[in-house]
Write a protein that binds this ligand. Structure first.
Ligand code: UFG
Length: 334
């Protein structure tokens, strides 16, 4: 039987490139659509690549016509909470405008399944932890708000046009492909784990811990770290489920277990065998003390089992990737 095609927007980015790799393992053919503004050519390690911009509706129609995907997985997006507060226009204009363009091209070409990269940021400051999927949605920054608006747009598009979608609300995506040849590379990097690894490797002077006076056991923020390969796998389980039931749905993607910033640093020392140079600093604006997913729904409904999301495996794979990315072998190849 001919494999079904899935269009992956942002497939040259961190999570999208891992999803493209997973597509092949899950029996789909990935077609990557990316303008390479934040993604990397070297991260395209699976499927076909079409360079294009989501603002270009005609290009979207062309790619949908040419490859006839059964579904679109939408990873292309601005992702920095801090930046979204300083430059909300970028987030509302691009994250919403580009997605609307994509929906319009999909409806025209009758591609009726959509998987949205959503975020724990749709919940805002949680009133209940672990956070269940029916927790009130009260985003506290334009990034989270743009994703929540997309969820609501998609709900009305389902009712009006029958466009089915699954919202996947990621907690803290982390780790790297087991090959050690694919992983996270944001510029600028703001995420904790790659920055801790930079510090361990001597690429930065130290890691600054943002706040030590939170109401948590060791005073630092707690997050639910989920391995990017586990995250990628669930996209295809969700797609298959949606195609089988013909229904839209939504899921938290986390492990249900949280680790503090200090615990991440301590585990990094164990995994790498090196000392992390640490500076204790002030809180970063907008960081809730504890974000942990109630994560049973995806496991129950989709049969998803995170396999690589122990903190140790997350850090070991991230470290393997970090060493390769900063090696001469990588720079010679790319
Ligand atoms: N942290 C530090 N020092 C750093 C960087 C981060 O102490 O140099 C801390 C943060 O304060 C936070 C934790 O490490 O407590 C994790 O921070 P990240 O920046 O790695 O991740 P966030 O939890 O802030 O953000 C993640 C996703 C976002 C998403 C958000 C939901 O990356 O896309 O969760 O709240 F919106």
């Amino acid at each position: 039987m001919k494999k079904k095609t899935v269009l992956i927007t942002g497939g040259a980015g961190y999570i999208g490139s891992h999803a493209a790799k997973e597509a092949e393992r899950s029996g789909f053919t990935p077609v990557i659509f990316d303008n390479l503004s934040a993604g990397h050519k070297w991260a395209i390690q699976s499927g076909k690549f079409v360079k294009g911009d989501l603002a270009d509706r005609a290009a979207l129609v062309r790619v949908l016509r040419r490859y006839r995907p059964v579904a679109v997985m939408h990873f292309a997006s601005h992702i920095s909470v801090g930046e979204s507060v300083v430059d909300p226009q970028k987030y509302y204009k691009d994250n919403l405008g580009n997605a609307l363009n994509l929906f319009s091209a999909m409806l025209q070409e009758k591609v009726m399944y959509f998987v949205l990269s959503s975020t724990a940021a749709v919940y805002g400051d949680p009133i209940q932890v672990p956070i269940p999927e029916d927790h009130p949605k009260n985003p506290v920054n334009p990034y989270g708000d743009s994703k929540y608006i997309l969820e609501r747009i998609l709900t009305s598009y389902d009712q009006a046009y029958g466009l089915k979608s699954t919202f996947l609300r990621y907690f803290n995506a982390s780790g790297a492909d087991a090959s050690g040849k694919l992983g996270e590379a944001h510029a600028p990097e703001t995420h904790l784990i790659p920055l801790v690894l930079d510090a361990v490797a001597g690429l930065r002077k130290e890691i600054t811990v943002f706040g030590t006076d939170y109401p948590t056991p060791d005073g630092t923020c707690i997050r639910d770290y989920i391995h990017v390969t586990d995250l990628a796998a669930v996209h295809f389980l969700a797609l298959k489920h949606m195609m089988k039931t013909g229904k839209s749905d939504f899921f938290n993607l986390g492990t249900g277990k949280g680790y503090s910033v200090k615990e991440v640093i301590d585990e990094t020392e164990r995994v790498t065998g090196l000392k992390v140079p640490v500076k204790y600093g002030l809180r970063r604006a907008g960081d809730p003390p504890r974000l942990v997913a109630e994560s049973k729904k995806a496991q129950k409904v989709l049969g998803w089992k995170p396999k690589q999301s122990s903190l140790k495996t997350i850090l070991a794979t991230a470290w393997k990737w970090h060493q390769y990315f900063h090696s001469s072998a990588f720079s010679q190849k790319h």
